[in-house]
Write a protein that binds this ligand. Sequence first.
Ligand SMILES: Cc1cc2nc3c(=O)[nH]c(=O)nc-3n(C[C@H](O)[C@H](O)[C@H](O)COP(=O)(O)O)c2cc1C
Length: 162
Amino acid sequence: MKTLIAFATKSGTSEKCASMIAEHFDSPDIVDLSKNSNPDVRDYDLIIAGGSVRMGNLHAHLIRFMKVNLRKLEDKQMAFFVCCMNKGEKFDQQVEKGFPKAIRENAIEIAHLGALLKWDKMNLLERSIMKKIVESEKLEEPKIDATAVEEFVSKVKSTVGL
Ligand SMILES: Cc1cc2nc3c(=O)[nH]c(=O)nc-3n(C[C@H](O)[C@H](O)[C@H](O)COP(=O)(O)O)c2cc1C
């Protein structure tokens, strides 16, 4: 089964998740959507794509990828992952805002795979905003959820018959 794993990242979390997912598939193509914004989804049987959320917005490159390929994705097996801090209801709201309805309804899964806060990659403003959020909401240092990655892979593989 030909598999595409596409990711849109600002500071590397989604890329790391893409490579963790890729370990479970047979020679998938891994595409950074900031370098190749429109891989030809018609070449693939299974499309896995993911990206991060910042300031409430899903990464623009992932949004564009879904928008441009909406029609072509209709008859494909597809699954998505999101790297972000918010969980539960706030995560669901971000998914509803960022993912087109047709994708939300047809995707095998839209999974939350955790987050990383790379303080050294933030500018001054981002650092001060994130520091305030972490302190006021008493958040623990986020991390990639390895169990969620395993569960995501397992659900995708069983759904497509791998
Ligand atoms: C400036 C900034 C804004 C963020 N905004 C949100 C947000 O609105 N919601 C959320 O759940 N996570 C937010 N996060 C957490 C990121 O989603 C998290 O750092 C993620 O791991 C980034 O993934 P990436 O490295 O693939 O871009 C934000 C992080 C930064 C640095």
